[in-house]
Design a protein around this ligand. Structure first.
Ligand code: FAD
Length: 297
């Protein structure tokens, strides 16, 4: 008897020793000891309660698109929100569950004739991950549209907060430091012609396809943008385009991305990140800060 059996008994979908490379856009990562996919807030709460009962830490993941998981895996209960993906309209707001794909929500908004989320079209993460990261692109970010968020704290208490309580900054929020799990987000958007929204979204998608190495697994931009500069430029001018550690490679197409050419390990990516940081610091005195999150490293 153990945590795994208790989760099964609650009829929650659960896997043992599940390779995280199947659940990260980097396609890297060893096994999660226990990997569960709740379908509701009640199931998620039960998982947190069971983790506590078994004295096991838990880690919440959305789509794993901003995540590098270590080669030895995650010795925790991993809770994936991918099955909590409801999206609905409530007048000028869109109310979405944490596991909804951000791009799907942008499509939903466009089809409803609601503008404000065009920037998110093409960001491959979940709504929960996007709130945590304050995901953004092309001049927009989650903080611009997020009005309320419903979170569960580590004791299982659910609260609805104004977005301001999350102290969202550039690719940051206080969600993780507070030990919260994002359950739902309420996005406030404005009415507009669906055609104009789609036109903008398609423009942004073309720009992504042109500039980003979407043909290879990655976790998006590896580093945060240093103030007043572009990471891609610094890395490129430090001569690091195409730099490799085994199959981890600084993209030839966009130096701000580290890509997996096939069989990269987390250790390869980490070595490459260190190398890039050292060389950029040596040349420009700029300390790059990773944007991606690390687990089991
Ligand atoms: C090709 C590509 C392009 C990208 N383009 C962009 C871009 O333009 N702009 C941008 O900002 N990002 C971009 N990203 C990065 C990524 O998609 C975003 O950061 C996204 O918001 C992460 O969401 P996720 O569900 O994948 O989060 P995950 O990677 O699963 O998790 C990220 C962090 O959030 C936490 N987390 C996830 N869900 C929850 C939850 N419900 N409650 C509490 N914590 C949670 C995790 O514990 C982890 O610490 C890109 C990535 C790729 C691969």
């Amino acid at each position: 008897m153990g945590l795994f059996e208790d989760i099964e008994r609650e009829n929650i979908d659960v896997l043992r020793d599940e390779p995280m490379k199947r659940h990260t856009s980097f396609k890297i990562g060893g096994p999660a000891k226990v990997y569960a996919r709740p379908e509701s807030v009640v199931q998620l709460k039960n998982l947190i309660t069971l983790a506590k009962r078994w004295n096991t830490e838990y880690f919440v993941t959305g789509r794993g698109t901003n995540l590098l998981v270590g080669d030895k895996g995650i010795d925790k209960l991993v809770i994936s929100t991918e099955r909590m993906a409801d999206v609905r309209r409530d007048e000028g707001r869109i109310v979405c569950s944490c596991g909804a794909g951000l791009t799907n929500v942008a499509v939903y908004a466009a089809n409803e004739g609601l503008t404000g989320l065009e920037f998110a079209y093409g960001i491959p993460g979940s709504v929960g991950g996007a709130v945590v990261m304050n995901a953004g692109a092309y001049g927009g970010q989650m903080a611009d549209v997020l009005r309320y968020v419903t979170v569960m704290d580590a004791s299982g208490e659910v609260k609805r907060l104004e977005a301001g309580a999350l102290e969202m900054g550039y690719r940051s929020s206080n969600v993780l430091s507070n030990g919260w799990t994002v359950l739902m987000a309420e996005l406030e958007l404005n009415e507009c012609s669906g055609e104009a929204i789609w036109e903008k979204m398609e423009q942004l998608m073309s720009a992504r396809r042109l500039k980003q190495p979407l043909e290879y697994p990655s976790a998006g931009s590896t580093f945060k943008r240093p103030e007043g500069d572009f990471t891609g430029r610094l890395i490129e001018e430090a001569g690091l385009k195409g730099e490799r550690v085994n199959d981890a490679c600084v993209s030839e197409k966009h130096a701000g991305f580290i890509v997996n050419l096939g069989n990269a390990k987390a250790a390869d990516v980490m070595e490459l990140i260190d190398r890039v940081c050292e060389r950029v610091y040596a040349r420009y005195g700029v300390e790059l800060e990773p944007e991606i999150k690390f687990e089991g490293i």
